[in-house]
Design a protein around this ligand. Structure first.
Ligand code: PEP
Ligand code: MG
Length: 568
């Protein structure tokens, strides 16, 4: 068994076809006839543009406009004077076309790959793709025609470039395995759009497989089996059938209302990290954003984002969401999330230290700038403010006081904002849970952060594998805490959501329905699955199950009962 990154869900079983990397060596001797060499280069660029435009058009028709943009961007890049212009200059200076292409592309690849930003790193992969395509044209190298591989093929390659991926026919390719690439690489995006299971970043896989070997690609778990044993193969054949059936069932939930079998209608929101993710929420049929982790905006920058930059980001997300809610969580920094330019002190116990709302209240300039940007963006949508890691009511009061002061400033400067903007608390510390009734009197809403609530309730570092056996949302203490928070919200008449991972757990969902959770906030990719699970339960059934579960003493007993009751 080999492990890699789960890049596109599903299970593929088939026969391997290895895409070999070509030898792209060339003669570097200085050229004599510059005019002829320039013509050779221009012809190659023309051929590249023609082939790329055809592939982009084909993708646009078969997959969609968004996916076609990846290859269209290659056309823009090659036409950029800093690309083809610089290559021409090198040829005029006597270099052959191959060496000019390689030198200019390598310069850009080096520049982009040094940048931290994943988007910029992807630019480096794009330019590598352009370089290899141009060199293949110049050296007249023939590629395996991926569009002609037989049905049931598992493609294995060091890297699958967008131009290679674009030739894939969904009906023939059962799975993809590569040695490089992450969840957000273009090959991952295309594999997901084509719904082909893919596992990327499997070290040295091209060295251990042969053409025609049988393989299993488990894109959901990120694992690969080469020449699997008979019993593994038969288990996976069943798993694959179940997955296909489930996917077809989930598609029926697109555009449907979120409702239990007996008509209780909780909201089904999503968790996002960037304004662009708001588009995913719409594409995945999410009903709002229950958690915008604003710290990514700060972590992706080398310097503190200005008020204007933040305003533009929040406004972009608010406009994409339109009338749907956008709950922006204020900077949740510290713990395991460091931002170098904030020069935060090293702490003995960072998870128990100066983080999240504690840091923001102690660094009012940072907090004020962010709150001001959020308030200004509230004029463009249904924005709400959420405070992370609240542990006492004084923190909520201090933040609300600051928000009131900023509102006065905005008013005086004639700037628009939502005067009735809601301010809520994340409930993710045991202290906040225990005083949920007090906090509820002064909060507009709650959202339960089970990721942290579990870690603090169980006193278990959520990233420490040695104690992970204790990290469970199903521990009776965590369940009691969650129930108490929802009861407190209900008693005060405020809505309670959940944005921790537990909100999409099929075992946890019936308990949340029984407790009366108002809003589930999940990863956009899990909207339909969550809606499907919710649809299978009635309140009466969920109540009977939760009554039984809440009477049990151990996590193991609880999980066993829930597994028995789960509705697939
Ligand atoms: C949580 O703690 O449950 C949560 C949603 O926040 P984060 O995972 O960002 O800490
Ligand atoms: Mg948290």
């Amino acid at each position: 068994m080999f492990s890699g990154i789960s890049a596109s869900h599903g299970i593929g079983i088939g026969s391997i076809c290895v895409i070999e990397e070509h030898d792209l060596h060339y003669d570097t001797a200085k050229i004599e006839d510059v005019a002829a060499e320039k013509k050779r280069f221009e012809d190659a660029v023309e051929q590249f543009k023609k082939e790329t435009a055809e592939m982009a058009e084909d993708i646009r028709k078969r997959i969609g406009p968004k996916e076609a943009e990846i290859l269209e961007s290659h056309l823009l890049m090659i036409d950029d004077p800093t690309m083809s212009g610089e290559m021409q200059k090198l040829i005029e200076a006597g270099q052959c076309s191959e060496s000019a292409v390689e030198a200019v592309c390598d310069m850009f690849i080096g520049m982009f790959s040094q940048m931290e930003d994943e988007f910029m790193q992807q630019r480096a992969a794009d330019i590598k793709d352009i370089k290899v395509s141009l060199l293949k044209i110049l050296l007249a190298v023939e590629d395996v025609d991926i569009s002609k591989v037989p049905p049931g093929t598992i493609l294995v390659a060091k890297d699958l470039t967008p131009s290679m991926t674009s030739q894939i026919r969904k009906e023939n390719v059962a799975g993809i395995i590569t040695e490089v690439g992450g969840k957000t690489s273009h090959s991952a995006i295309l594999a997901r759009a084509l719904e082909i299971p893919a596992v990327l970043s499997v070290p040295k896989i091209t060295e251990v497989v042969k053409n025609k070997d049988t393989a299993i690609v488990d894109g959901t778990e990120g694992i690969v089996y080469i020449k699997p044993e008979g019993d593994i193969l038969s288990q996976y054949i069943i798993k694959r059938e179940d997955f296909i059936k489930k996917q077809a069932e989930l598609k029926d939930f697109f555009g449907k209302e979120t409702t239990t079998a007996d008509g209780i209608k909780p909201e089904l929101f999503c968790n996002i990290g960037t304004p662009k993710d708001a588009r995913k929420v719409i594409e995945c049929d999410g009903e709002g954003v229950g958690l915008f982790r604003s710290e990514f905006l700060f972590m992706d920058n080398a310097v503190m984002p200005t008020e204007e930059e933040q305003f533009n980001a929040y406004k972009e997300a608010a406009e994409i969401m339109g009338k749907k809610a956008l709950i922006i969580r204020t900077l949740d920094i510290g713990g395991d999330k460091d931002i170098p330019y904030l020069h935060m002190k090293k702490e003995e116990n960072p998870f128990l230290g100066y983080r999240a709302v504690r840091y923001c209240l102690g660094n009012q300039e940072v907090f004020r700038t962010q709150l001001c940007a959020i308030l200004r963006a509230s004029a463009f949508g249904k924005v709400k403010i959420m405070l992370p890691l609240v542990s006492c009511v004084e923190e909520l009061r201090a933040a609300k006081e600051l928000i009131s002061e900023i509102k006065v400033d905005l008013e005086q400067n004639g700037m628009s904002y939502d005067r009735n903007i809601e301010v809520g608390c994340m409930i993710e510390t045991p202290s906040a849970s225990l005083i949920a009734d007090i906090l509820a009197k002064e909060s507009d809403f709650f959202s339960i952060g089970t990721n942290d609530l579990t870690q603090y309730t169980m006193t278990v570092d959520r990233g420490n594998a040695d104690v992970s056996y204790l990290y469970s949302t199903f521990h009776p203490s965590v369940l009691r805490s969650v129930k108490h928070i929802i009861d407190s919200g209900k008693a005060a008449g405020i809505p309670v959501g959940m944005c921790g991972e537990a909100a999409s757990d099929p075992l946890f969902i019936p308990l949340l329905l029984s407790f009366g959770l108002n809003e589930f906030s999940v990863n956009p990719a899990l909207v339909l699955a969550t809606r499907c699970v919710i649809s299978k339960w009635t309140k009466t059934e969920a109540d009977a199950l939760s009554e039984k579960v809440m009477s049990l003493s151990t996590e193991a007993e609880i999980v066993a009962v829930l597994k028995e009751a789960v509705k697939e």
